[in-house]
Ligand binder design. Structure first.
Ligand code: LLP
Length: 430
């Protein structure tokens, strides 16, 4: 099968020459290897779903939510996590089965909840207490029953960038653990006829490189399950342990296999349930990044080149923070190559800069490239598949790039390049 290959000095991605792809579809271009996405899903099946009965994977679609991607997720029979009316709308457009959709989010609007209940989503993951009442009033209006989980704040510290850490005590996400807040709500939900209580959900953070935070949060969730059994005699049906599995962006990142995170977590879960005579609930995980990040690359054409004597060389590309805001927002590191000069030795350290009018629009600060790089060369950035296209913007009125899927040498557009006309279509001329 696939992988990243070099032929005739060109970078190939899932059997396709990136230089040809850039000519055919233009740049900036998002290129996803379908085989790599499928391989991630297969790994999750082997290391989690098939290994541990009564488990599920819900793809956190915020990482990359497009119709073609959601169709692929449905094809591999995973569930889906959405966090807004827009993500849900895309899922509906992709004919994603309602019962396999989970609706997360810390401030779902009445209209979004109504849309979700009307479509019949499988779970609503409640993030605040006022949401319970809102869901109940919609259930009454639509004569529907809602299957809900409580997202809790597990109060664990996470070793990752503070901007993508979510499980700490002072977090806008989740319901606080304080018993005087939590238990009256659980009681209320257990008594409500229009609500079915499934269990607890947490998400500790993203791009995690060790499983300490997961393990600490799992203990919290398991103890809550036990407490609910003791207090109300109610056995919860499901625990959702969130996502967060880290991937490789640069040579210094070490990617851990899913089993590294999940085996200890599942052992702990099984043991706890046996010791406390509880039925082991269904365990759901919600990875986003790890399913799509490494499968995606971005292609840009090199333009202006600026040499500041004794200081730095800036090589500009025809995109940047508008198609990948992560370096500007999180100081995220990436690796890349001059895709049409793969056989040339790299030596010169340069800075790859974007075209937006913003000093932080620097894609990669120090990267070795071939000694001769000229306008028209093609730059490929690796591991852009997660939170790249999905966080893209029209800043400076740059159109959103096209997205293509490649597989075994074949390519296919899955999102067309945005046009100038589309960019201003909602603007009103006075
Ligand atoms: N479940 C919940 C409730 C989440 O909030 C998230 C991510 C996930 C699952 C998926 O986490 P993952 O497996 O992708 O790490 N824009 C940031 C990442 C924000 C993640 C927010 N929540 C970035 O570009 O790094």
């Amino acid at each position: 099968m696939f992988q990243k290959e070099v032929k005739n000095g060109h970078l190939y991605w899932d059997g396709c020459d990136t230089v040809t792809l850039a000519k055919q579809y233009g740049t900036p271009l998002y290129v996803y290897s379908e085989n790599m996405i499928l391989k991630e899903c297969q790994d999750l099946k082997e290391q989690f779903i098939n290994k541990y009965p009564n488990t599920r994977v819900a793809y956190a679609s915020k990482a990359f939510n497009t119709i073609a991607m959601l169709q692929l997720i449905n094809q591999v029979n995973f569930s889906l996590d959405v966090v807004s009316g827009g993500e849900l709308y895309t899922a509906i457009a992709a004919d994603f089965p309602a019962e396999k959709i989970e609706f997360n989010g810390n401030n779902k609007s009445e209209a979004e909840l109504e849309m979700a209940l009307d479509y019949g989503v499988g779970r609503i993951i409640v993030d605040s207490l006022q949401e319970v009442e809102l869901i109940q009033s919609i259930c009454r209006k639509l004569a529907k029953k809602a299957r809900i989980m409580f997202r809790i704040t597990p109060e664990v510290d996470v070793k990752t960038h503070a901007f993508i850490s979510t499980g700490q005590k002072d977090s806008k996400f989740g319901i606080p653990l304080a018993p005087e807040i939590l238990y009256p709500q659980i009681e209320k939900v257990l008594q409500a006829e229009d609500l079915e209580f499934y269990g607890f959900h947490f998400h500790v953070g993203s791009q995690l490189s060790d499983n300490n935070a997961h393990l600490a949060a799992v203990k919290v969730a398991l103890n809550l399950m036990l407490e609910v059994k003791k207090r109300y005699g109610y056995q919860i049906k499901e625990l959702n342990y969130g996502g967060g599995f880290g991937v490789c962006y640069t040579k210094t990142d070490v990617r851990k296999p899913y089993r590294y995170f999940l085996d200890p977590v599942m052992e702990l879960t099984e043991k706890f349930c046996q010791e406390n005579k509880l039925l082991r609930p269904e365990i759901v995980i919600e990875p986003g990044r790890s399913i799509v990040a490494e499968a995606g690359i971005t292609l840009h054409t090199i333009g202006a080149i600026k040499e500041l004597p004794d200081l730095r060389k800036y090589i500009s590309i025809d995109g940047g923070m508008t198609d990948n805001i992560r370096p500007g927002l999180y100081d995220a590191k990436y690796s890349g190559v001059v895709a049409n000069k793969m056989n040339e030795p790299v030596s010169k350290e340069v800075t790859i800069s974007g075209k937006a009018c913003e000093s932080t629009d620097l894609l990669i600060k120090d990267i070795a490239v071939p000694s001769v790089v000229v306008a028209g060369d093609l730059f490929a950035t690796f591991t852009t598949g997660a939170y790249g296209y999905s966080m893209a913007s029209n800043y400076n009125k740059l159109p959103l790039p096209a997205v293509i899927f490649v597989k075994d040498g074949q390519s296919e557009v899955v999102v067309k390049r945005q046009t100038y006309a589309q960019m201003i279509q909602n603007e009103v001329k006075r």
